[in-house]
Design a protein around this ligand. Sequence first.
Ligand SMILES: CC(C)(COP(=O)(O)OP(=O)(O)OC[C@H]1O[C@@H](n2cnc3c(N)ncnc32)[C@H](O)[C@@H]1OP(=O)(O)O)[C@@H](O)C(=O)NCCC(=O)NCCS
Length: 167
Amino acid sequence: MTSTPRLELLGPQHARALERFERDNRAFFAARIGDRGDGFFERFDELLAERVDENRCGTSLLCVLVLDDEIVGRVNVLDLDRPDGAELGYRVAEHAQGRGLATAGVTDALAAASARGVRTVTARVFVDNTASRRVLEHCDFEPTGPVPSPDGSPREFVGYRRQLPPP
Ligand SMILES: CC(C)(COP(=O)(O)OP(=O)(O)OC[C@H]1O[C@@H](n2cnc3c(N)ncnc32)[C@H](O)[C@@H]1OP(=O)(O)O)[C@@H](O)C(=O)NCCC(=O)NCCS
């Protein structure tokens, strides 16, 4: 890959490419952060429309990472106006691992969030998810200690926080 990845705001035009990204990488993501479930794929267009609405209303910043006309990743900053900080999430295609795409995408998404007035961003990561923890460290997040797991599972999660400067 020689081109530069581009962060795009998620829109209806991404539907089929995004579905392909999620289907092609389902097993990879399931093994690392849990499966979205069959319902996610059965109701794909309906759920996408809800996400696109969140972007339209400005409550969240949901983005795709595009490289050579292919969606190779997603970066989401959710609940932009949450008092204790917006929440960051990201995933990158299995075939594009280890090339700095997550770090680049998160960096760009944080700049976009800052431009929207967000000053605090939080993340939570399974303690053994080394790649994800590296991404957060590259992007100047500080660990804040143990946090509850997002799905109520007994797995141990660690929280991260980053203060954003004004743009
Ligand atoms: C986590 C994830 C987004 C990383 O994507 P990526 O594009 O490969 O990330 P980057 O290339 O920007 O950085 C990954 C870093 O982790 C390192 N890394 C990857 N696997 C590693 C491992 N098993 N042990 C140690 N370091 C590892 C890479 O070397 C790189 O660090 P470096 O730049 O210092 O060399 C991707 O693995 C993924 O989608 N995982 C499943 C979903 C997920 O975990 N999302 C995060 C939920 S909080």
